[in-house]
Design a protein around this ligand. Structure first.
Ligand code: TAP
Length: 496
C-alpha cells in the first residue's frame, strides 16, 4: 500500500509531515497511515502541472500519443484488478464483486477516452460557414490547462478515472485529491500511471483533507478548471472559488432520485430494480433511486415483496463471499444515516424493515437495509439525500400525480420509470426533470453516455464525449482571404 504524495513523477513526503489514518469500515481497524498534504504541497503540485502543460509539451502531443499512455494505464489497472478491488473493499467497505465491477469500469474509462483522443486527431477542426466570403473561419478545441479534481469516497477509483481519463485525453494536466476516507486506490492509480511512463507533472495525486488540501487546490491561481463530485454544500464552495478567478467548473452533486412503478409492471422485476437502485454500494450513490412511487393497485403487494427480499439481503464484510451489503464508509456516515432514520420516525414515518444495526455485528459500520413508508412529503427523509441503504416508498393514483411528486425536488440527477406500456414510459421519461433517466431499470451506467444533473444536482456532464468537452476550450481562428485590401483606415488610393 502506498502512503506518500505523488507529485511531479515522484513519491514525496508532505512538506509539513502530516498524516491521516485509513480505517477499514468493516472492522474499525486502522489499516494504513497516509500523507496529509497542505497548501505548500498543493503549490508544488500545481506548479509541476503548470510546467508540464505550459512548457513540457503534454498538450502538444497528438491524441494518438496521449492515447498510448491512457491504454497503458488501462492495461496496468487490469493487470492488478483483483488486488486493487480487494484494496477498495478494505478502504470503502463495498462487497468485492461490486469493487471488481468498479475497477473493470475504471480501466474501461481509460480505454474509452484513449479512443476519443485518437478520434480528435482525425477531426481537429470544424469549418464555420460565414456569410462574408472575404473571410474563412474554423473552430478548434484546445485543452483548458491545469485541472484541479476533487472526488468523493463512494466509488474511489472509478471517480478518479472519470476525471483523470478525460482530462489527460484532452491534453490537460491534473492535480487530483481523493477523499480522505478512501485514498488507497487513487495512490495505486498514480503508481500505475508512473509505470506507464506518464511524463512528470502530468498527473499529481495528493491525499489529505478537503478543508486543507482540497481548499488549497480550489483556491490556487495556477488551476484553470475545477472538477468536483460530492456534496452540495462543498460543491457550492467550489463554485464560489471558481467564480472568484473565473475558473471553468463542473460539478456532480447529490440527488433524491425518484423511481415510478406503474401497475402494469412485473412486481418481481420492479422489486429487483428498486433494490439495485438503493442498496447497491450501501445506497451511497449520488443517483440512488431513494424515493419510490408505486401505483395504488399494486402498492401493497409490491411493498410486501420488497420487505421480504430486503430482509433476505446478506450483510457482512465485503470480502466474504455472498455478501450483498457491506458496512457504511465511516462512523460519521453511519451515525448520519441512523439519525436520518430516527428523524423520519419522529416525523411520523413507519420503519417497515431495517432501521437498525444487524444482530451479531459488534464492530463495523453495519446497518440493516431500510424501507420507510408513510413518510410525510416535507420530512427530511423524503426531501434530503440520506446517502445510505434507506428507501422511502409511497403510493400514487394517477400518472400526473406521480410526475408531480417525482419532480418536486430541488435535485434533478436521475429518475426511473417502470411500465410495460412503452408509450407511457417514454412520456414519463420526457416529463422527468433529471439529467439521467432509466426506463425499466435503475442505475446502469455507461462510459459512452452523458452523466450529470439538472437543478442542484450539478453543472456540466461527465462521461462520453461530453466528459471530454469539460476539459476543452473552443478557439475561433478567422483568416482574411480576399485579394482586395481591407481599406478601413488606409484607403487603397491614399496608400498609393
Ligand atoms: P464532501 O464533503 O462533499 O466530500 C467530497 C470531496 O470534497 C472530498 O474529497 C472532500 O475531502 C472534499 N472537500 C471537502 N471540503 C472541501 C473544501 N472546502 N474544498 C475542497 N474540497 C473539499 O462529502 P462528504 O463529507 O464526504 O459526505 C457528506 C455528504 O455528502 C454525504 O452524506 C452525502 O450525502 C454527500 N455525498 C455525495 C456524493 C455524491 S457522489 N453526490 C459523494 C459523497 C458524499 P475529504 O473527504 O478529504 O475531507
Amino acid at each position: 500500500m502506498r502512503s506518500e504524495l505523488y507529485i511531479d513523477g515522484q513519491w514525496v513526503k508532505p512538506i509539513k509531515g502530516g498524516t491521516c489514518d485509513v480505517v477499514n469500515p468493516a472492522t474499525e481497524e486502522v489499516i494504513q497511515t497516509i500523507a496529509a498534504a497542505t497548501a505548500e504541497d498543493v503549490d508544488v503540485a500545481v506548479k509541476a502541472a503548470r510546467r508540464a502543460f505550459d512548457k513540457d509539451g503534454w498538450p502538444k502531443l497528438s491524441g494518438a500519443q496521449r492515447a498510448q499512455y491512457l491504454r497503458a494505464i488501462a492495461s496496468g489497472i487490469r493487470a492488478r484488478q483483483a488486488e486493487i478491488a480487494r484494496l477498495e473493499v478494505l478502504d470503502n467497505g463495498k462487497p468485492l464483486p461490486e469493487a471488481d465491477w468498479d475497477i473493470a469500469d475504471a480501466a474501461g474509462c481509460f480505454d474509452f477516452y484513449a479512443g476519443l483522443a485518437e478520434q480528435r486527431d482525425n477531426n481537429p477542426e470544424e469549418t464555420i460557414a460565414l456569410a462574408d466570403d472575404r473571410f474563412t473561419s474554423k473552430a478548434v478545441k484546445e485543452p483548458v490547462g491545469v485541472a484541479g479534481a476533487i472526488i468523493p469516497w463512494n466509488y474511489p477509483l472509478l471517480m478518479a478515472a472519470w476525471k483523470v481519463a478525460p482530462a489527460l485525453a484532452a491534453g490537460c494536466t491534473i492535480v487530483l485529491k481523493p477523499a480522505e476516507l478512501t485514498s488507497l486506490t487513487a495512490l495505486e492509480l498514480a503508481a500505475i500511471a508512473d509505470e506507464a511512463g506518464l511524463p512528470p507533472g502530468v498527473l499529481n495525486i495528493l491525499t489529505g483533507s478537503g478543508s486543507v488540501a482540497g481548499q488549497a487546490i480550489i483556491d490556487h491561481k495556477g488551476v484553470d478548471k475545477l472538477a468536483f463530485t460530492g456534496s452540495g454544500p462543498v460543491g457550492s464552495k467550489i463554485m464560489a472559488a471558481a467564480a472568484r478567478d473565473i475558473k471553468r467548473v463542473s460539478l456532480e452533486l447529490g440527488g433524491k432520485s425518484p423511481f415510478v412503478v406503474f401497475e402494469d409492471a412485473d412486481i418481481d422485476e420492479a422489486v429487483e430494480w428498486v433494490m439495485f437502485g438503493i442498496f447497491w454500494n450501501q445506497g451511497q450513490v449520488c443517483s440512488a433511486t431513494s424515493r419510490v412511487l408505486v401505483q395504488e393497485a399494486i402498492y401493497e403487494r409490491f411493498l410486501a415483496r420488497l420487505i421480504e427480499e430486503t430482509n433476505r439481503i446478506r450483510i457482512g464484510n465485503g470480502l466474504e463471499e455472498g455478501v450483498l451489503l457491506g458496512p457504511l464508509v465511516s462512523k460519521r456516515q453511519y451515525e448520519q444515516v441512523l439519525a436520518a432514520i430516527e428523524s423520519a420516525r419522529n416525523a411520523g414515518a413507519t420503519v417497515a424493515c431495517g432501521g437498525n444495526r444487524p444482530e451479531g455485528f459488534d464492530k463495523g459500520y453495519y446497518l440493516r437495509p431500510t424501507v420507510l413508508t408513510d413518510v410525510p412529503l416535507d420530512c427530511d427523509a423524503w426531501v434530503e439525500e440520506i446517502f445510505g441503504p434507506v428507501v422511502c416508498v409511497r403510493p400514487f393514483k394517477m400518472e400526473e400525480e406521480a410526475i408531480e411528486l417525482a419532480n418536486d425536488s430541488r435535485f434533478g440527477l436521475a429518475a426511473a420509470v417502470m411500465s410495460r406500456d412503452d408509450v407511457r414510459a417514454e412520456r414519463v421519461a420526457a416529463a422527468f426533470r433529471a439529467g439521467i433517466v432509466w426506463i425499466n431499470c435503475s442505475q446502469p451506467t455507461f462510459t459512452e453516455a452523458p452523466w450529470g444533473g439538472y437543478k442542484e444536482s450539478g453543472i456540466g456532464r461527465e462521461l462520453g464525449r461530453w466528459g471530454l468537452d469539460n476539459y476543452l476550450e473552443t478557439k475561433q481562428i478567422t483568416k482574411y482571404v480576399s485579394e482586395d485590401p481591407w481599406g478601413w483606415y488606409i484607403k487603397p488610393e491614399a496608400a498609393e
